[in-house]
Ligand binder design. Sequence first.
Ligand code: PLP
Length: 408
Amino acid sequence: VGSSPMQAMLTAPGVKDRKVLAFKRDALKDKDAVSGLLRSIAARDAVRSAFYVFDLARVVDLHRGWRRALAGVRPCYAVKCNPEPALLGALAALGAGFDCASRREIEAVLALGVEPGSIVYANPCKPEAHLEYAASVGVNLATYDSEEEVAKVKRCHPGCELILRIKGPDGGDVRVDLGTKYGAHPEEVVPLLRAAQRAGLNVAGVSFHVGSGASNTDVYRGAIEAARGVFDAAAALGMPPMRVLDIGGGFMAGPAFEEAAAVINGALEKYFGELPCVEVIGEPGRYFAETAFTMAARVIGKRTRGEVREYWIDDGLYGTLSCIPMDHYVPRPRPLAASRPGEKTFTSTVFGPTCDSLDTVVTGYQLPEMSVGDWLVFDDMGAYTTASGSNFNGFSTSDINIYLAYSS
Ligand code: PLP
């Protein structure tokens, strides 16, 4: 095993304990290399159902990219995006913090030996029992955006510090808009600060989330400016100086991330440059998870209707391809078998395994002739996939194996 971050990751809780097979290989840089790995797994007699490959080396690269582009921002990985223990363990080993949304997520992170102080309980509306649990384990930083939440936190976790979640500016052209549900509107900010003040709860800082998969990176600038306004409003109310700025998630790996980072760094300098003691954190989910996971689903059924081909595979919209309805994932499955030059393709439909006709993965899609037992590969399957699948029809996402891959 080459690099030392990789060494730390391989011995980390969550990684070493995960029921996975580790593959040492030179590079997992391109889709051909991943295909080779998938083929070698699929060739094993014992592998007869959908499986994932999780590329640990990709996580190391992404973490390095984050540190390079957003050096002053500590990533607190949003567990909801993909709670795979090996991913959590890898990120913990790399020094990341965590954004948890529930008791289960907090438990999963603490089980890896992460300090409670590295967790932000970033769900603005929390069940009472979960808050009491957070209090019992010392997770003492939580977001809020309503007066009722202040009263609840006071009752269930009076030692908790608060982060006021504000609504980011509109116009972010996002894949998943969170602003319709969460975030204080500008006119609500002062009343919410006052509510915390009256309750004797400290408001440690401000958070926002511009939306998942934001493509207009300028929204970060507006959100950081608005956050500075909240810091000033708190000071004007005579509250203790705020010390945390949480810039949320929404980042996509690739050029869009570099662009977002440049906007964020500029805005941090402009609006927070004179407040050097402020700790800036982020809650990236998709950035770390999406491109690190590749899924192979097995063809389990076929129907030929003239020139049209219909296939059933063993994962679908009620399984880990739940990212199609939940996360606007656009499936572009490719056969695992190497394509032959000039191979004829057919207009094809691919169904998931459940009896619901909604469980349709693609229609009118060109594929070569496939047979039962063949495999279809889905790239970039790490975000909101295994996390949001169900057990509908008895097809359980937890039956899907995840194989761990890393560069040697
Ligand atoms: N933080 C909060 C509060 C969220 O609700 C989400 C996603 O829903 C995230 C972080 C992660 O977002 P992303 O995966 O877009 O980075």
